[in-house]
Design a binder for this molecule. Structure first.
Ligand code: ATP
Ligand code: MG
Length: 275
């Protein structure tokens, strides 16, 4: 077996060790391939964009990498650990969290409660602790509330902390989705179109939050159609077409790649976005 450190073109290269790596990932629905042999490295501590035409398999790949879906073939590594087809709660324990293309807030709960249920390793979840270590459980709950309120302040949702999540606007739901994922203190964050359908001012704000996460050492892989955003905040770009990795590199270089322009960039290069 090949060691993960030697798999992939950028392993151990300019970006150092990959935080996340996949190879030969394949998934078919009723015999039709949604992902067909995709493989790439996600460089540690960088912001990487996953771009490609509608239906290229980006969301399916995010679902597989985050353990929300299994793949038919292929392998996934978080650092040096193989995590192929691990369920999402085990992947989360490895420090990988994701957001959804269509926000999945818990509508009946308040904004604050949405963050609290996302908190990592809660002592109170273990019945034993509630009886034997009530002080510890209370202390952790207090810490979690404090952390959640801090995050809501950071993401501009503090005044909405007691509102039902279902009452939020589309943009506010996107912010809640990101802050919930951050509440779990991820090392790796997969964002599926975090800026889709939000206004230009909020696009800038979300871009700033993503750069702040990078500064804090979080590795980000984001599906994004807006090439202006990709150009501004992403260090590395992976192009997916028909379920395969078509090319990787900096956006400026990919603009010169004839195959990439033909498969995807051609339709968006002038508009800046396909949506
Ligand atoms: N659960 C499913 N059952 C059947 N087909 C599916 C399922 N999920 C995705 N597909 C199909 O797999 C292909 C890839 O879909 P996917 O949602 O991954 O693309 P995408 O790159 O995220 O597209 P978009 O940019 O529109 O979000 C599409 O043809 C889609 O119809
Ligand atoms: Mg998608």
């Amino acid at each position: 077996m090949k060691s993960p450190a030697t798999i992939g073109s950028s392993g151990g290269g300019a970006f150092g060790e990959a935080a996340l790596r996949c190879e030969g990932v394949t998934k078919a629905f009723q015999g039709v391939h949604a992902v067909n042999g995709a493989g790439f490295d996600v460089p540690r501590g960088q912001v990487t964009a996953l771009i490609g035409p509608n239906g290229a398999g980006k969301t399916t790949l995010v679902n597989i990498l985050s353990g929300f879906m299994t793949c038919d073939r292929g392998r996934e590594f978080i650092g040096a650990t193989e995590v192929t087809n691990w369920p999402s709660h085990r992947i989360a324990r490895m420090g990988l969290m994701r957001t959804f293309q269509l926000s999945r807030e818990l509508g009946g709960l308040t904004v604050l409660e949405n963050l609290l249920v996302a908190a990592k390793d809660q002592a109170g979840e273990v019945l034993w602790n509630i009886f034997l270590r009530p002080g510890m459980v209370r202390r952790q709950e207090r810490d979690n509330i404090e952390r959640a309120l801090d995050l809501l302040e950071t993401y501009g949702l503090y005044r909405l902390r007691d509102a039902r999540a279902s009452e939020l606007s589309g943009g506010q739901k996107k912010l809640l989705e990101i802050s919930r994922a951050v509440m779990a203190q991820p090392n790796i964050l997969l964002l599926d179109e975090p800026m889709a359908g939000v206004n230009p001012a909020l696009i800038d704000r979300i871009g700033g939050y993503i750069l702040d996460l990078k500064r804090d050492g979080v590795t980000v892989l984001m599906v994004e159609h807006n090439l202006n955003v990709v150009e501004r905040i992403c260090d590395h770009v992976i192009v997916l077409a028909e379920g395969r990795t078509l090319a990787e590199g900096r956006l400026s270089g990919l603009r010169e790649n004839e195959q990439v322009v033909k498969a995807y960039l051609g339709e968006v290069i002038d508009a800046g976005t396909v949506r």
